[in-house]
Ligand binder design. Structure first.
Ligand SMILES: Nc1nc2c(c(=O)[nH]1)N[C@H]1C(S)=C(S)[C@@H](COP(=O)(O)OP(=O)(O)OC[C@H]3O[C@@H](n4cnc5c(N)ncnc54)[C@H](O)[C@@H]3O)O[C@H]1N2
Ligand code: MOO
Length: 325
């Protein structure tokens, strides 16, 4: 690359986008890559501190930052994402749908460890709305060795896709509510409305709610009836802790083909259970879900509604950062 003083640069093409920042007022691109510098541009170039510009002379095996960002984005992006044009050397991925952000964090770590690249994403397993930014990426230098991008592409191919958005499925949901005090009417049920409120943004279909009391047999019959009706998710409420009347975990356990976890390192919501019965996810929700705004349930519900399988290792990892309040 050759450096040229701006006063001698009239007629030359800019090698990259140029940015102006006025604190509190403006930050953005004011000259685009490829712009042919005019006499009248010189004061503005000096205003933004550019006394010299680069004249680009790419050698074989070198990539401009814009082309590097485009290639990175193509290698990393999965379904339901749109890539922007590069601006200031950066490509942004936005979600086309309401869905679950899914990042292969191991692959992301390896790619960012290559150096000279910045691939930045939202947290995996969070919810994106249409138009939300999910990721952004750029090469750090203006000119980067193509081998660096090839390495990133190879890593991406081994795990594809590194960055994706999974659509929510319109799941049929059954609610099984335990508690003798609810069955006998001593307290008004608060779990039904709470769960419907949490499901509403995801467009799930509630098949119904069964108030079943505290016996293991009745809880199991409630779950089974929903499964027979084609429920794709069953949510049991209450009776999740350590009292003799807390029979929900045992009831789910006996029916389960897989218990992912009973109890998890998240507060509030540590007594939550997640299991599968023949592939159908079943939650056991502790009483705290009706009292607290955000609990372990909110961490897992979007994943389950996107059909994403949760592992016990992922649950154990939640301890770090698991204090939600
Ligand atoms: N000694 C221990 N005590 C508690 C533990 C523990 O591990 N050891 N865990 C605590 C945690 S964490 C939670 S959360 C709570 C509640 O757990 P449960 O799921 O067993 O809740 P319940 O006993 O069924 O009910 C507690 C409370 O909530 C009311 N409730 C329940 N369902 C409904 C409903 N559908 N509508 C309205 N109100 C409802 C119920 O009447 C009770 O007042 O346990 C901690 N304690
Ligand atoms: O299961 Mo409890 O308060 O941790 O929600």
């Amino acid at each position: 690359m050759r450096e040229v003083h701006v006063r001698d640069a009239v007629g030359l093409r800019l090698a990259h986008d140029l940015t102006r920042i006025v604190p509190g007022e403006f930050k953005g691109r004011i000259f685009k890559k490829g712009h042919v510098i005019q006499e009248e541009d010189i004061p503005m170039l000096l205003d933004i501190g550019k006394e010299h510009i680069y004249v680009l002379e790419l050698q074989p095996g070198e990539l401009h930052e814009d082309d590097a960002a485009i290639r990175l984005s193509r290698a990393l992006m999965g379904d339901h994402l749109t890539a922007s044009e590069p601006s200031e050397g950066k490509v942004v991925l936005t979600s086309e749908i309401h869905g679950l952000v899914k990042i292969d964090t191991e692959a992301l770590l390896m790619i960012n460890s290559l150096g000279e690249l910045a691939v930045v994403t939202r947290k995996t397993d969070t919810v994106a709305k249409p138009g939300d930014t999910v990721a952004a990426m750029r090469a750090i230098p203006l000119i980067i060795a193509e081998t660096k991008i090839t390495q990133a592409e190879t890593l991406a191919r081994m795990s594809a896709p590194v960055i994706a958005v999974l659509p929510f499925r319109r799941m049929k949901v059954g609610i099984v509510t335990t508690g003798s005090e609810v069955l006998t009417g001593r307290v008004e049920d608060k779990f039904g409305p709470r769960i419907r409120e949490k499901l509403a943004p995801f467009d799930a279909e509630v098949l119904g709610q069964k108030i079943v009391g505290d016996t293991k047999e009745n809880i199991q019959a409630g779950i089974q009836e929903f499964l027979n009706q084609g429920a794709e998710l069953v949510i049991c409420t209450g009776g999740m802790s350590v009292d003799p009347d807390d029979r929900t975990p045992g009831a789910i356990h006996e029916l389960a083909t897989e218990v992912v976890s009973y109890g998890m390192p998240v507060l509030p919501g540590s007594m939550m259970m997640l299991a599968y019965i023949q592939g159908v996810p079943v939650f056991g929700l502790p009483g705290a879900v009706i009292y607290e705004e955000i609990t372990a349930f909110d961490l897992f519900l979007p994943r389950i509604l996107a059909g994403d399988k949760v592992t016990s290792r992922e649950i154990a990892e939640l301890g770090h950062g698991g204090l939600l309040k």
